[in-house]
Design a binder for this molecule. Structure first.
Ligand code: 4FN
Length: 238
């Protein structure tokens, strides 16, 4: 087998105060195997290595008062500046960011990788965000204790799009999701589960009828559950 070139080696660098959280879920199953094959690379850096003084301090109380602590700008900047950028976007996972979507995931997956800074405490000093021109990306509107789990989710979303990471079925999945629809319902054995049977069309062997049924189901589910996605889908259609 051919050894992948540097440009095929998608490179994630994670800056965190909890490096022991990684690789975590990124080390198992298909993503873990892809990492063993050097299809992608995970580099985890402990922000505390850039902490100040004997206690390697990384935080301080908020200017203006209030609860909690704030990650220091100088410490975060030092951690960022110690990473070779290699043309990769610098991302701060933050509830203020633009919501991550599959379009941005595709762009990131097609590039050389990403540098991901994970916040803790009440967040990062605003001046570090501005001085290093970080792109802010959010996974959604809920309160978390840190940016690590969003960073993992972003990495997983990107890495599964790297050629060779998933089987051939993945490209098909991605193509159908690319249309912007939710997935049609799935069924497998047993044929009868607690009196609920598999729709007849799926066991008919008529592949054109199956495709038509699945598209109709995907459209029905999307319209009902996600009017936002449905509106985008209708706009894209001729
Ligand atoms: N969260 C909200 C409002 C105010 C604060 C938070 C919040 C972790 C460092 C950020 C949360 C959610 C999605 C990063 C949330 C995300 C985070 C994310 C995140 C510690 C400061 C914090 C109105 C959204 C509920 C804590 C809303 N995607 N602060 O969670 O990092 O990436």
């Amino acid at each position: 087998m051919k050894t992948p070139t540097m440009s095929n080696n998608w490179h994630a660098t994670v800056l965190t105060l909890f490096p022991e959280m990684f690789p975590g879920p990124l080390g198992i199953s298909l993503l873990g195997k892809a990492r063993d094959k050097n299809l992608w690379r995970l580099e985890v850096r402990d922000i505390r290595e850039h902490g100040l003084g004997k206690h390697r301090t990384v935080d301080d109380s908020p200017a203006g008062g209030g609860p909690g602590m704030v990650m220091r700008a100088d410490v975060a900047a030092a951690a960022i500046d110690a990473v070779a950028r290699d043309g990769r976007p610098l991302i701060y996972l933050s509830p203020r960011g633009k919501r991550l979507d599959q379009a941005r995931v595709r762009e990131l997956a097609a590039g050389p990788g990403a540098i991901l800074l994970c916040g803790r405490f009440e967040g990062l000093d605003q001046r570090a965000i501005e001085a290093r021109q970080m792109e802010e990306i959010s996974l959604g509107d809920f309160v978390l204790a840190g940016g690590e789990i969003p960073a993992m989710a972003l990495i997983e979303a990107c890495v599964r799009l790297i050629p060779g990471v998933l089987g051939d079925h993945a490209s098909t999945d991605e193509e159908s999701f690319a249309a912007g629809l939710l997935e049609y319902p799935h069924f497998t054995r047993p044929q009868d589960f607690e009196g609920r049977t598999i729709p007849d069309v799926l066991t008919s062997g008529n592949h054109s009828e199956i495709s038509k049924w699945r598209l109709a189901q995907a459209e029905r589910l999307t319209r009902a559950a996600r009017p936002d996605l449905w509106t985008l889908y209708e706009k894209k259609k001729p």
